[in-house]
Design a protein around this ligand. Structure first.
Ligand SMILES: [Fe+2]
Length: 301
């Protein structure tokens, strides 16, 4: 049997919200993220107004079908694009849409301010993507994985995500947290057999199936992500811990750099940003550079 040694990703807990822009704190927070850690704010300060609280508490808003209720995989999710002010995916009825848009837009602004305070050096290069609301129950544990998106290839940019548990009944959101990217990637790069970036990729892009063409980086990430999800021994025995994020807390990670999986919870928000490797304090810590080193290939577009 394979033996697993190594550490679980580090966590930096920041309790003093007023001190988030202190230079020693921003430096520590940036280093934590870039080395595959999680920045945890137990009392984040994204508090729901009375109206938002009532809206989030109203189970009829999300109207899950019986099949969805049964699956309890946290879906369907609501996806908002703060650049257009529109919902991109939602089963929420027309009457309640303005309320959900207002909540998600407020979260997009709040998390942007938070990121600008905590990671001032990212401000120039950061690209804000979409906002996700998960109003449905998750009871099925997600396998340990790193984030890589088939439909929205990053081309090697890191995914910075700000999560917040807004459960109105003060229930925790539970995650499995595994190791950081490099030890994980070292296990699977040698056995990777990624598709080649070429004609199919341009076709998927031209047909609008993917937003942006997948690069050699995206294809290798997909491959190793697929391998780890299927590796039962890794899932059971690799370094990992379980962490409960209380209602009202927020946590931030570069989710391509840390193994994670949701276990349970309901009602969470997250805002995604893309961070190009040149924007990072230590670009050599990016998943792009690590994969280039491990594979011996140039993987950027
Ligand atoms: Fe994920």
């Amino acid at each position: 049997m394979e033996t697993y040694t190594g550490d679980v990703a580090p966590m930096l807990e920041l309790t003093d919200i007023a001190a988030l822009d202190r230079p020693d704190i921003t430096a520590q927070a940036t280093a934590t993220l870039e080395h595959g850690g999680i920045v945890y704010l137990p009392q984040a300060g994204f508090d729901l107004s009375e109206d938002e609280f009532a809206f989030v508490s109203d189970a009829s808003v999300t109207l899950p079908t019986r099949a969805e209720k049964k699956s309890q995989n946290g879906r369907p999710t609501v996806i908002y694009n703060p650049a257009t002010g529109r919902l991109e995916r939602s089963r929420i009825g027309a009457r309640q849409r303005p309320q959900v848009i207002a909540l998600l837009d407020r979260y997009a602004q709040w998390s942007t301010q938070l990121v600008n305070r905590l990671f001032p050096q990212y401000s120039d290069g950061l690209i804000r993507d979409r906002t996700t609301y998960r109003p449905c129950e998750r009871a099925a544990t997600q396998g340990l994985h790193v984030d890589a998106s088939y439909g929205r290839p990053t081309g090697g940019q890191s995914m910075l995500r700000v999560f917040c548990n807004i459960n109105p009944e003060a229930r925790v959101r539970t995650w499995r947290i595994g190791e950081t990217f490099e030890p994980f990637a070292s296990r699977y790069v040698a056995t990777a057999n990624p598709k080649t970036s070429g004609t199919l990729e341009s076709l998927l892009y031209r047909l609008g199936i993917t937003k942006g063409q997948r690069t050699a980086y995206d294809l290798l990430m997909e491959d190793i992500r697929g391998q780890v999800k299927k590796d039962r021994s890794y899932q059971a025995n690799a370094p990992q811990t379980v962490f409960d994020f209380p209602a009202g807390s927020a946590w931030i990670a570069l989710t391509d750099l840390v193994l994670h999986g949701a276990v349970s919870g309901q009602h969470s928000l997250d805002q995604t940003f893309f961070v190009p490797d040149q924007t990072m304090a230590e670009p050599e810590c990016s998943s792009l550079r690590i994969l280039e080193r491990l594979s011996g290939n140039r993987l950027s577009a």
